[in-house]
Design a protein around this ligand. Structure first.
Ligand code: GRF
Length: 225
């Protein structure tokens, strides 16, 4: 499989963007980040992309009359980079169904919970309020249902008795920085593929999300994981 062209969409700090770029540079992902797009001009991740010499672009959603025109412009900006895969990494915008359909199968997101638990916002606070003993993050293909697409891989972390929202969030984010490259790497090598409604892993239906540090091996196609 040819090295994949990745476009990363951000709204903020960009620590997952950094993890993805680093993993590409270390050769852990069969691809490279060819463009970064932010909907916020002040997103910290833009500076990081600039420092690495990766083309970056700001598309401020406030400059558009609504979701449809913004998503149309966003789709055009993405396509200009000719991506194989589009990675949402802390991109804080709800995308229109038309946009999602246009990129179906090549659009991934990372969400800070063990989906299907805690779709939406404030996941760490909600997990703490519910007394969860385990929390984590998920990488999934994006569908029009918010945080509802099929999950490729999850990372699990313990919830400790004295955790605050900040301490739990920091633990999840550390795991995210290994999770997103691992999941994106499987897609970029062709080992993970999604043809609706089934994710295939080395050709076999993926019955449950892969677990970071558990089932991901370098086994050959056809062997069980
Ligand atoms: C991450 O926690 C991710 O799960 C969520 O937004 C956060 C982005 O952080 N979708 P960063 O901008 O990658 O540092």
């Amino acid at each position: 499989m040819a090295p994949q062209r990745l476009v990363v969409l951000i709204s903020g700090r960009g620590s997952n963007l950094k993890a993805l770029i680093d993993a590409c540079e270390r050769g852990e992902i069969n691809g490279r980040v060819v463009g970064v797009i932010s909907n916020r001009p002040d997103a910290g991740g833009l500076e990081f992309a600039r420092a690495r010499g990766i083309p970056e672009q700001v598309l401020n959603h406030r400059d558009y009359a609504g979701r449809e025109p913004f998503d149309a412009a966003l789709a055009g900006a993405i396509e200009a980079f000719e991506p194989d895969l589009v990675l949402l990494a802390g991109f804080m915008r709800i995308l229109t169904p038309g946009f999602v359909e246009r990129f179906t199968g090549r659009l991934l997101n990372i969400h800070p919970s063990l989906l299907p638990k805690y779709r939406g916002l404030d996941t760490h606070a909600r997990a703490l309020a519910d007394g969860e003993t385990e929390h984590g993050a998920s990488v999934h293909f994006v569908t029009p249902k918010l945080d509802g697409g099929p999950v490729i891989m999850q990372a699990r972390v313990p919830v400790l008795a004295d955790d605050t929202e900040a301490s739990l969030s920091a633990r999840v984010q550390q795991a995210e920085h290994r999770l997103y490259p691992a999941a994106a790497g499987l897609v970029c090598s062709g080992r993970i593929q999604w043809s609706e409604p089934t994710i295939r892993y080395d050709g076999a239906p993926l019955e449950a999300p892969l677990q970071l540090d558990h089932e991901v091996t370098s086994h050959a196609p056809g062997e069980s994981s």
